[in-house]
Design a protein around this ligand. Structure first.
Ligand SMILES: Nc1ncnc2c1ncn2[C@@H]1O[C@H](COP(=O)(O)OP(=O)(O)OP(=O)(O)O)[C@@H](O)[C@H]1O
Length: 222
C-alpha cells in the first residue's frame, strides 16, 4: 500500500455565516511527492492549505497529514520574525526548548540545504525575495517538517528566482522524502511536480498528470 503524506476525505468548510468555500473535497498525496494546487482567484486554495495545516477547523470531513507541518506564505515578510537569518531559522526550535547545541546544528544543516549558510549572521532586512523564501523553508527544515505547504511562494519573485525556488524545493522533496503541496498560478512551475489539482469554487474539478493539466489551463487562458 502507498504511504500517504496527505489524506483528505469529504472536507467541507465555510466562513461564519457564509457559503461553503471548500465542498466535499477528497484528495490524497503519496509521501515524498510534490503536488501543485491551481485555481482562479477566490477558488479556495489558501483556505484548503490552512485547513491542512490545522490553522482552520473544517465544518466536517477527515484530514490526515504527516507532522510536523511547515508553512511558507506568499509574502515572507509576514513570516520572518527575527532580525537575523540564523535567529529566524532557530526561532521554532527555541520555542520547542531544544538544547542550544541541537539548535545550532539544525540551523546550520537547514541553511546548508537551501544554500544560505554564508548568510547566517546577516540581517533579514535587505535580502532578496527569493532568499527570504529560502529562509522560511530553512525554518521548516530545521523543525524537521515532513509536510511542506507553500501558498504561492513565488508570487512576488522574478522569473529567475521563481524557477530557482521551485527547483530547490523539488530537490528537497526528493532528497528528504518530504511531501509538499504548492499553490500557484504560474503554469511553468507544473514542470517540476508529480501531480496537480484544479480547484474551482471550492470543488476539486480535475487532478492528475501535470502535463495534461498544464495544457488544459493554457487552453483556458488563451
Ligand atoms: N478571513 C476570511 N473571512 C471570510 N471570507 C474569507 C476569508 N478569507 C478568504 N475568504 C473568502 O474565501 C474564499 C476563498 O478564498 P481563498 O483565499 O482560499 O482563495 P484562493 O483560491 O487562495 O485565492 P487567491 O488565488 O486570490 O489567493 C473567497 O471567496 C474569499 O473571499
Amino acid at each position: 500500500m502507498v504511504e500517504l503524506g496527505i489524506k483528505v476525505k469529504d472536507l467541507n468548510f465555510r466562513w461564519a455565516n457564509g457559503d461553503f468555500v471548500i465542498k466535499s473535497c477528497s484528495l490524497e498525496i503519496p509521501k515524498g511527492e510534490l503536488w501543485m494546487l491551481l485555481g482562479t482567484n477566490g477558488s479556495g486554495k489558501s483556505t484548503l492549505l490552512r485547513l491542512l495545516a490545522g490553522l482552520l477547523a473544517p465544518e466536517s470531513g477527515y484530514i490526515q497529514v504527516l507532522h510536523p507541518v511547515g508553512f511558507v506564505f506568499q509574502n515572507p515578510d509576514h513570516q520572518l520574525v527575527m532580525p537575523t537569518v540564523g535567529a529566524d531559522v532557530a526561532f521554532g526550535l527555541v520555542e520547542e526548548k531544544l538544547p542550544i547545541t541541537i539548535v545550532r546544528a539544525r540551523v546550520q544543516e537547514a541553511l546548508k540545504e537551501v544554500n544560505l549558510l554564508s548568510l547566517q549572521k546577516r540581517p533579514i532586512y535587505g535580502l532578496s525575495g527569493g532568499q527570504k523564501q529560502r529562509i522560511a523553508i530553512a525554518g521548516a527544515l530545521a523543525r524537521q517538517c515532513k509536510l511542506l505547504l507553500l501558498d504561492e511562494p513565488t508570487a512576488l519573485l522574478d522569473p529567475d528566482s521563481q524557477i530557482q525556488l521551485v527547483k530547490s524545493v523539488r530537490q528537497l522533496v526528493d532528497k528528504q522524502e518530504i511531501t509538499a503541496l504548492w499553490v500557484t498560478h504560474r503554469l511553468d512551475e507544473l514542470d517540476y511536480c508529480d501531480g496537480a489539482f484544479l480547484l474551482e469554487k471550492g470543488l476539486l474539478v480535475d487532478r492528475g498528470e501535470p502535463k495534461r493539466l498544464k495544457k488544459r489551463l493554457m487552453r483556458l487562458r488563451e
